[in-house]
Ligand binder design. Structure first.
Ligand SMILES: Nc1ncnc2c1ncn2[C@@H]1O[C@H](COP(=O)(O)OP(=O)(O)OP(=O)(O)O)[C@@H](O)[C@H]1O
Length: 254
């Protein structure tokens, strides 16, 4: 399979609290490289503080790397070109409650990426939003709703709607399923798998859950203290003896 995403030696260091040029830097992510094909799902795993969110944010362009490059369909992504990044790589965060503005309707919030990234008219944007709401299992009427009128699962569907409205090639989901109860989580996973089939989306899931990984991931990338120690196809990784750290990550919730 040809890769749509190629990440080469991506790294991130943070300065100390005051961000003075002379304060020491700590390495959150050592140079990390991986590839992702169209329609493929990558799971990023690792203990707390191992650099998972840092890597996810760098790929989605939410933060800039200290070094390294990202190529999408062979074309280098530049930090300054946020529009190119926004259209092709979208991120869903852990807390859909916090990522929605309580003062604005769902429709207004879903129109935002369309206003900044397309030339659609107001009427076209409204139509796109209503179509997208239907794609994620909500109703066109939810356009007029405010976030407090929706359940947690429905809010997560809105977060997914916002991510897919520009028809991206890649969605990065940082612990996006963790706040959901098991039955809602199963519905959201199935929705995301259906969207993957229909739209050919590639996913990068940051997750602590071995069950989710085994269910959806084609490849697993494991971080330990900011260093990538494994990047392998799920079936290969699960069918061979593992070092204790990996073994623990892959089985501890079972
Ligand atoms: N903005 C920041 N400033 C300074 N240090 C940071 C910043 N963001 C992350 N770090 C540090 O980088 C390291 C990796 O953090 P990161 O959030 O990527 O880990 P994680 O694997 O996602 O953890 P968790 O599972 O708890 O979310 C940690 O030591 C963290 O303290």
């Amino acid at each position: 399979m040809t890769s749509i995403l190629e990440v080469k030696n991506l790294s991130k260091s943070f300065r100390g609290r005051r961000d003075w040029p002379w304060s020491p830097k700590s390495v959150a992510l050592e140079p990390t490289s991986f590839t992702l094909a169209a329609g493929e799902t990558l799971a990023i795993m690792g203990e707390t503080g191992s650099g998972k969110s840092t890597l996810a944010k760098l790929v989605a362009g939410v933060d800039n790397p200290t070094s390294g490059d990202i190529y999408l369909n062979g074309q280098k992504l530049y930090d300054a070109n946020t529009k190119q990044r926004c259209q092709n790589i979208r991120m869903i965060f852990q807390d859909s409650e916090k990522s929605l503005n309580s003062q604005r309707t769902i429709g207004q919030q879903l129109e935002e990426p369309l206003i900044f990234n397309t030339r659609q008219t107001a009427q076209e944007r409204q139509n796109t939003v209503k179509q997208t709401l239907r794609k994620v299992g909500l109703l066109a009427e939810h356009y007029e709703f405010y976030p407090h009128m929706l359940s947690t699962g429905q809010k997560q569907r809105v977060a997914i709607a916002r991510a897919i409205s520009l028809e991206p090639q890649i969605i990065v989901a940082d612990e996006a399923l963790v706040a959901l109860d098991p039955s809602v989580r199963a519905q959201i996973i199935n929705l995301m798998l259906d969207l993957q089939q229909d739209m050919g989306i590639s996913y990068i899931f940051v997750t602590h859950s071995p069950q989710i990984v085994k269910h959806i991931a084609d490849k697993i990338l494991i971080l330990y203290r900011g260093k990538m120690i494994t990047f392998e196809k799920t079936e290969h990784l699960l069918n061979k003896p593992q070092q204790p750290y990996v073994e623990q990550l892959l089985h501890e919730h079972l």
